[in-house]
Design a protein around this ligand. Structure first.
Ligand SMILES: [Zn+2]
Length: 1007
């Protein structure tokens, strides 16, 4: 046991002693009410499907009978957790609505729809009397959630706490391959509505249990399809669940920051409307029940310590009660660091509630199977004294027993301590509002003169969706801020050398800064200040942190990744600046101004510029290749000159999109090229579609039309240029070989298509057989597409594919030895601002990076020509370091010309000696053109964990590599990630819009 963990355990046990005094109700014994009959047949089946008696508990080893309320059997045809039974979301809803009809203790609410139009629901279960008082209770909870409404009157808060009942919100099956929760929650709803045992009755009489049985509805239905296909083809391999939600798979549980998915928005709205005290999300990947709420360090740095204490209290109560039931494999404190706030449950953690999460065990369907576990899953550790069994038969019913037992224990404990938790809810809300006068900051300011008002509005709008209030200054104001330094001080993560731990950081120097009127202000004296602070602040994860097993991204600073200016202000004076609350959605103002038939739109890399191009399809667009001035306004490179469009349609589009267009009479005198309406394909594999899903999502958000094609389509089409100008290949995450080879061809075909048996599969992507990959034919077709003038855009491992298979002569990838950039925000610099890919950007940009790749460029095909740094330094000999050596006994030779030097991101110039018969010398106009490079090591890290950063520092990040008539645009960063990287979207959009003019501004070397 580490000291850290021992200390935490001691804290946890001390808390238990402390909280006993708060107990408001006597503890009820778990188990049935002998006076209430049980459903004999159902109970028999529970016992039959449970594989060992110790995989059940006195809470779930029976089902109470009800004369009028139907059991889950009414819909399932069998008991919850029965083998072979996986209900579709609609079946689960049908059951919940049967319950609602039969019992006054159940109410079903529709809470929105998914990307594919399927319904999401929330089911409230409590006594009739509590359900009748939902609205008045909501009014009280709303006051506790915003202590400003009661003038921070703690006595009034106590009165409200006394009168209120809490709401515990449970969400199931966000992860579609984790299949047990829906049936467990159907049965739990029944028990809560019907069971007269004192244990369950007191929960029902004391609080509201709110349940969303299926979070990822689109994915659930596809998963049921896959499972049914498996049942119908018992001897065959079955297709893996290639698509869960419409866009992403497992990452649907990483969207609580960017909130790009409808499921996140819908759950957030329930959270904001109902004001629950807990959000408890159910998962299924660890045996047998891992309460990962408590997790491991490092904990998120922005949550209230009151919350982290609550995690310990409820988590350990859970473990200890199930331990007493004799159920093996129940534990907390596994390997889950609690740093990133991107998980769905974290909606509660960052909004003054309590986030909770269970991992239970499942078989990825409803088959009963003998499961053999790995030693690390079954070892006895300090936090897991009664570990899972090395080998046992496991059923979905076992899973449902564990899930329900643990939830009932949590509900019971939470109910008994409800006044404590309600008071904590108030305290956490109060402390969030008191942030400016305690830990700070006082506010974040979004300056009115940000060059990218569109992206600024998008980020502010996200904060609104998070429940934050936004204000706008009505006059200029001056506050003290941290002084901007020319170059950031060296950060320990930037190099591989030991960090300068001996020199403590100096207090930052400050300066007065005046912000213009109409600047936006995100005040920290508001109830949901924590989420704004967590998103807008910087993150630092020490490379020396004891936690070396990083669970997810380590950095996410939203202002940086949105390419939007955000200023953290600790000066409390900012709160008294003249300002108004923004009513309604923040949006940038757009429209037209001036006189004339030509329209000019400045290129500032606001993402809606690409929407404008596709919206005004019939108009002629040109892009300026140099900055210019017209009618007293300055325009950046890439700015649009629009003709053949009516004033009305331009005005309408500009207003809708929040863009400014200016009429002028005369065409500006600047070099320009035509911007066509590019025909785009987004390419996917049948290996993994999640990471490209984030690309698709951004294209859909920006209304960029595209064909969605697979590697199999590319393999079949030898004339891709006929259909497409640009093919975009987002990250796959499976390596080059798998992309080319696909899945092994052993066994049976794996169809992904709509049939009567599988009505939810197919649709937007379908195949008779998922196994074949891109193949060599596909690779040739792609390469020919580029050679004939197409543009191929790749990132991370698809960049590796392009580099490794001959698309990019002159570019090579250096395999990293030490680099540890785990989901970081890194700083990059533009090195060729005349490239169309750089249009609209400034000198530098923060990007999202996950370990590269590290590019090298050369003027010779196949790489080469790179010289080790310092090679031209003098050798050992006479004289000082600047002197020439002298050979004895002959006159000194003429000193050779020093070798021409080059920067890390550049190709080394070819020497005369190398030039002799250099077959691989790339003609100057076809050499790789580096657009963006990583910053120097000392200023590379913006946010997150970076170790060995010198390995990637200064290397090229974005390269335009010509191949005959076309181009490959290689990204080392991932420009589209989890809806968090809107600042780098336009690097890709620029490449698309200027697909046939990527050579614009190019300086061709003489030889
Ligand atoms: Zn999961």
């Amino acid at each position: 046991m580490t000291f850290k963990k021992l200390a935490r355990l001691l804290v946890a046990s001390t808390l238990f002693v402390g909280t006993a005094a708060y107990a408001t109700q006597a503890q009820n014994k778990p188990g049935r009410d002998p006076n209430q009959p049980i459903d004999e047949e159902y109970t028999k089946k529970i016992r039959e499907y449970t594989t060992e008696p110790f995989f059940n508990s006195p809470l779930t080893d029976y089902l109470p009978a009800s004369p009028n309320v139907p059991t889950p059997k009414a819909v399932l045809g069998d008991v919850a957790g029965a083998p072979g039974k996986l209900p579709y979301a609609e079946d689960v809803y049908r059951y919940m609505r049967l319950l609602e009809k039969a019992s006054p203790r159940v109410k079903v609410f529709s809470i929105g729809t998914t990307e594919e139009g399927r319904e999401m629901i929330a089911v409230a279960i409590a006594s009739e009397s509590l359900l009748a008082r939902l609205d008045e209770n909501r009014a009280r909870l709303t006051k506790l959630a915003d202590p400003r409404t009661i003038n921070f009157d703690d006595a009034e808060a106590d009165r409200l706490v006394d009168q209120s009942f809490p709401i515990y919100y449970i969400t199931g099956t966000i992860h579609s391959v984790e299949t047990g929760a829906p049936t467990a929650l159907m049965e739990l709803a029944y028990r809560l509505a019907v069971d007269e045992s004192p244990y369950v009755k007191s929960i029902r009489d004391g609080m509201v249990t709110l349940i969303t049985p299926v979070v990822e509805v689109d994915g659930r239905n596809r998963m049921v399809d896959v499972y049914n296909w498996h049942l119908a083809h018992p001897k065959e391999n079955w297709p893996s669940l290639m698509y869960w939600g419409h866009y992403v798979a497992h990452d649907n549980n990483r969207d609580a920051m960017g909130m790009s998915l409808k499921l996140t928005r819908n759950i957030m709205n329930v959270y904001l409307n109902w004001k629950p005290q807990v959000l408890h999300d159910l998962h299924e990947s660890v045996p047998y029940l891992y309460d990962n709420t408590v997790g491991d360090g490092p904990y998120n740095a922005w949550v209230d310590p009151i919350l982290t204490d609550e995690w310990q209290m409820i988590g350990w109560k859970n473990v200890s009660e199930m331990t007493k039931f004799g159920m093996p494999g129940v534990f907390a404190h596994g390997n889950f660091d609690t740093w990133s706030p991107g998980y769905l449950m974290f909606i509660a953690a960052t909004h003054n509630g309590i986030s909770r999460l269970y991992e239970t065990f499942g078989n990825g369907g409803a088959d009963t199977l003998v499961r053999t576990l790995s030693p690390d899953e079954t070892s006895r550790t300090w936090y897991r004294q009664n570990p899972p069994l090395p080998r046992t038969k496991w059923s979905q019913r076992n899973n449902n027993n564990y899930e329900q037992t643990a939830l009932l224990i949590s509900l019971d404990y939470f109910n008994r301590e409800q006044k404590l938790f309600l008071k904590n809810f108030y305290l956490k809300s109060r402390r969030s509002i008191e942030k400016p006068k305690n830990e700070g900051p006082a506010a974040y300011v979004f300056p009115a003169d940000d060059p990218r008002p569109g992206n600024q509005a998008t980020l502010l709008h996200l904060l609104q969706a998070q429940g934050c209030e936004i204000h706008r200054a009505t006059a200029p104001f001056t506050v003290t801020v941290k002084k901007k330094t020319a170059a950031p001080r060296a950060r320990p993560g930037a190099t591989s050398s030991p960090s300068p731990a001996s020199s403590p950081p100096k207090p930052a120097e400050t300066e007065a800064r005046t912000f213009p009127a109409r600047s936006y202000i995100v005040r920290m004296d508001q109830p949901y200040s924590r989420i704004a602070d967590a998103l807008l602040d910087y993150q630092y994860w020490s490379p020396k942190d004891p936690q070396q097993d990083v669970y997810d991204d380590t950095g996410w600073t939203f202002g940086e990744l949105s390419n939007v200016q955000v200023v953290r202000v600790t000066d409390i004076k900012v709160l008294s600046a003249a300002m108004d609350r923004v009513n309604g959605d923040v949006r940038s103002t757009g429209g037209t101004d001036g006189i004339g038939s030509i329209f000019l739109v400045n290129h500032n890399a606001d993402n809606s510029l690409i929407t404008l191009r596709y919206r005004l399809k019939k108009a002629s667009f040109e892009a300026a290749e140099e900055p210019f001035e017209a009618a007293g306004k300055k325009y950046n490179r890439g700015s649009f000159i629009i003709r053949n469009a009516s004033a009305d349609e331009v005005n309408k589009a500009a207003s809708d999109l929040g863009l400014q267009a200016y009429h002028v009479e005369l065409t500006p005198a600047v070099k320009m090229h035509v911007v066509k309406v590019p025909r785009v394909a987004i390419l996917h594999t049948w290996l993994s579609t999640q990471d490209e899903g984030w690309w698709r999502l951004a294209f859909d958000q920006m209304q960029v039309p595209y064909d969605y094609i697979s590697t199999q389509d590319v393999a079949k089409d030898s004339d891709l240029n006929r259909k497409y100008d640009v093919i975009v290949f987002g990250p796959v995450g499976r390596g080059i070989n798998a992309i080319i080879q696909g899945l092994p061809m052993y066994g049976n075909p794996l169809p992904w298509k709509k049939t009567e048996l599988t009505p939810n599969m197919g649709g937007f992507a379908a195949t008779e057989d998922m196994r074949p990959g891109l193949g060599l034919a596909g690779l040739m077709n792609l390469q020919n597409f580029v050679k004939r003038g197409g543009v191929f855009i790749s990132t991370m491992d698809t960049s590796d594919l392009a580099v490794s298979t001959g698309f990019t002569p002159g570019v090579s990838i250096q395999r990293s030895q030490r680099l540890k950039a785990i989901g970081d925000v890194l700083r990059t610099k533009f090195v060729d601002s005349t490239s169309p890919i750089a249009y609209g950007y400034g000198d530098s940009l923060s990007i999202y990076c996950f370990n590269g790749p590290i590019f090298n460029v050369s003027n010779v095909a196949g790489g080469g020509g790179r010289r080790a740094r310092g090679e031209s330094q003098r050798t050992t000999g006479r004289g000082t370091v600047d002197d020439p050596d002298v050979v004895q006994g002959r006159p000194p030779a003429e000193a050779p010309e020093p070798l021409p030097s080059s920067e890390v991101w550049e190709a080394a110039p070819i020497t005369e000696e190398q030039r002799r018969n250099l077959i691989g010398l790339i003609p100057p106009d076809l050499r790789p053109r580096v657009v963006l490079r990583y910053a120097d090591a000392r200023e590379l890290l913006v946010s997150g964990l970076l170790d060995g950063g010198d390995e990637i520092a200064q290397h090229a990040a974005v390269i335009d590599s010509p191949l005959e008539r076309g181009h490959v645009v290689l990204f080392s960063n991932n420009p589209f990630w989890r809806g968090q990287t809107s600042g780098s979207y336009f690097l890709v959009f620029n490449a698309i819009l200027n697909f046939d003019n990527l050579n614009a501004g190019r300086k061709v070397e003489e030889k």
